[in-house]
Write a protein that binds this ligand. Sequence first.
Ligand SMILES: NC(=O)c1ccc[n+]([C@@H]2O[C@H](COP(=O)([O-])OP(=O)(O)OC[C@H]3O[C@@H](n4cnc5c(N)ncnc54)[C@H](OP(=O)(O)O)[C@@H]3O)[C@@H](O)[C@H]2O)c1
Length: 203
Amino acid sequence: MNIAVLGAKIIGSTLARKWTQARHNVMFGVRSVDNPETQALARALNATVETVANAITFGEVIVFAIPGQAMGETIQAHAAALNGKIVIDAANRMGGGAMNSAADFAAHAPAAQVYRAFNSLGWENFENPVFGNLQADLFYCGPAGAGQDKVEALIRAVGLRPMCVGDLRQVGLVDAIGSLWFALAFGQGIGRHLAFKVLTRQA
Ligand SMILES: NC(=O)c1ccc[n+]([C@@H]2O[C@H](COP(=O)([O-])OP(=O)(O)OC[C@H]3O[C@@H](n4cnc5c(N)ncnc54)[C@H](OP(=O)(O)O)[C@@H]3O)[C@@H](O)[C@H]2O)c1
């Protein structure tokens, strides 16, 4: 799969590492293409670095791993190119209001297939999603269909079990999982190595 990862810091690099290990093609989309740190990261991962615009053109899946406060302007600036793409919104808009950017995608790139995923756990749990012999689940939401198969493949490639909670109308529920993670990891002092698992019993 050709994946554009917008943002090359801790979330972008952690996800990109897993995906290049799984033989997907990753292009980072960044503001400073010549940044030596980003260039070195890309070389180490066998990925490439381009402008945000070029990365969006390249990717069939576009992963937003940039600060929440940069989401509005970035979506507006690349709205036309995002239409028709599979988009994964991993960015959290902190400081009040919705954590996700579903409203911005709907307003500016209504033909994008938007999924909310990779927002609800700290990056350490993407790097190592296995606890003893238990594989953590990743709650996500977005439209059913071919896009969902690709998003689930990318969640599995990170080592998590995909746990769909419905279409994008469930985005608040996925964000609430992120709030639960913060409340437990920091509010209750459990720490960042914390993830979730759905348990079921065969009838
Ligand atoms: N850290 C976690 O554990 C975690 C977990 C889940 C979700 N998230 C979410 O994932 C996102 C990324 O978090 P992060 O911790 O990896 O790093 P971050 O510091 O939030 O993001 C930094 C990356 O975004 C780029 N960036 C900043 N402003 C930009 C803009 N206006 N347009 C395009 N790119 C821009 C930066 O590139 P430049 O070099 O150009 O500045 C850098 O590569 C955040 O929204 C965060 O809430 C984080």
